[in-house]
Write a protein that binds this ligand. Structure first.
Ligand code: IDP
Ligand code: MG
Length: 136
């Protein structure tokens, strides 16, 4: 049985700022993802804090929330068979220096904080994150 899933992707401020959005979307499409919905937005720090609440005890939490709210981002709902895992694989490791060849973070990521994309880490979180940005 095929398991068509949806997952949330964010093109982060470092990538939007460098006009990499079309190239990143092309990588998704070439890897069989359908972009079901997308919007370009800028969020408030308070929204970033809510989005990244799971990381609130981490030392980088404040910087992370400043960063995600620092400029425009593109949030997208991606659809594919096993989309959550497939997107994690296409994104590559959190630290671009450790990311495999052919991944988005290897190709475009600057550093562990400016790593160009976000992707949901489980089907449960994908639902929560999609609802966070596309609740209307
Ligand atoms: P992920 O984005 O690969 O799922 P998470 O561990 O969920 O990685 O961390 C969320 C985001 O927090 C990362 O994408 C990265 O931007 C940032 N981050 C993670 N670890 C560090 C760190 O050690 N220093 C600075 N920023 C970090
Ligand atoms: Mg994560």
């Amino acid at each position: 049985m095929s398991n068509v899933e949806k997952t949330l992707s964010i093109i982060k401020p470092d990538a939007v700022e460098r006009n990499l959005d079309d190239q990143i979307k092309e990588m998704y499409i070439n890897n069989g993802f359908k972009i079901v919905q997308e919007k370009k937005i800028q969020i408030e720090k308070l929204e970033a804090e809510k989005f990244y609440k799971v990381h609130e005890t981490k030392p980088f939490y404040n910087e992370l929330c400043n960063y995600l709210s620092s400029g425009p981002i593109i949030v997208m709902i991606l659809e594919k068979v096993n989309a959550v895992l497939a997107n994690r694989e296409l994104m590559g490791s959190t630290n671009p220096k450790e990311a495999r060849e052919g991944t988005i973070r290897k190709k475009f990521g600057i550093s562990i904080d400016k790593n160009s994309v976000h992707g949901s880490d489980s089907p449960e979180n994908a639902k929560i994150e999609i609802d966070f940005f596309f609740n209307d």
